[in-house]
Design a protein around this ligand. Structure first.
Ligand SMILES: [Zn+2]
Length: 272
């Protein structure tokens, strides 16, 4: 009798756990995938937009306003095509250990300065393209200001302003039941073979996760450039309903998860 009760209890626990662990994706979907590209590089317009249009998929572009200004017509076309424009800061501050960032190093920043830089980018995107980004990508994936005892995380600055803060060079996909939207993991896919990217998507489907791919240029596979064939392979895999992949912009998926979370806690989704 006692053994039966224990067995029943164990079954109930497993049942409850399985229910809780079931990923929150829409019906028929087992994982989410987003393709994101940083810095507003010209190849994203010249090669990326026609490719994405041909494949019928949407992506997220985390733009650097100074690059964006050089190709405004292209970025307006991207918005018309349904792509998402995200904030990538105004001046792209990274650690000064990168030579390109020595004169604009996060080590020399404080929270007020990084907030000002992010807000300047937000205003520039709004003024030039007429949209208000809900997603942010940390330049170089770095999330600090200052040095030593004065180091501060600027994740809260991003959390106050955006639905999503995306990292870079991270080694896992996001678990929708656990991840922090203010520092979502970003998986690099520059210079990645199609088969390798597909394996990451399949792993995510097994685990119910959200892979946010991060690339820079689009065209031939090389340093900081995503192979068109890799994008084609991901799109083809996601197109087959049997694979259960929801491929959409980072902002669309972040918004869906925020709404889900709001429903779970029975609280209205905050307007942004
Ligand atoms: Zn960047």
């Amino acid at each position: 009798m006692k053994t039966h009760a224990a067995a029943l209890l164990a079954l109930l626990c497993i049942g409850a756990f399985a229910q809780e662990a079931r990923p929150p994706w829409p019906e028929g979907k087992r994982a989410a995938v987003s393709l994101t590209f940083d810095d507003a590089r010209p190849s994203q317009i010249d090669t990326g937009l026609p490719l994405l249009e041909k494949l019928g998929i949407r992506a997220t572009f985390f733009v650097s306003p100074r690059n964006m200004e050089k190709r405004l017509d292209g970025w307006k076309r991207a918005i018309e095509a349904g792509h998402e424009i995200g904030n990538h800061s105004m001046t792209h501050p990274c650690t000064g250990n990168y030579a390109f960032s020595r004169s604009n190093a996060l080590e020399d920043y404080d929270l007020a300065r990084i907030a000002g830089d992010i807000d300047a980018a937000q205003q520039a995107v709004h003024r030039l393209l007429g949209v208000t980004p809900v997603s942010f990508a940390y330049p170089c994936g770095l999330k600090f200001t200052g040095r030593g005892r004065n180091v501060r995380s600027y994740v809260p600055v991003v959390a106050e302003r955006f639905l999503l803060g995306r990292g870079y060079m991270d080694e896992a996909a996001n678990d929708p039941a656990f991840f922090d939207p203010a520092q979502a993991m970003g998986t690099p896919f520059d210079d990645m073979a199609p088969a390798e990217a597909l394996k990451l998507v399949q792993d995510a489907a097994r685990q119910g996760r959200w892979v946010i791919f991060v690339g820079h240029d689009i065209g031939p596979r090389r340093f900081q450039s995503v192979d068109s064939a890799t994008i084609e392979a991901i799109a083809a895999y996601a197109k087959d309903p049997a694979n259960g992949i929801w491929l959409d912009t980072a902002g669309a998926i972040a918004k869906y998860l925020a709404q889900k979370r709001g429903q779970e806690h029975n609280s209205p989704f905050p307007e942004r």
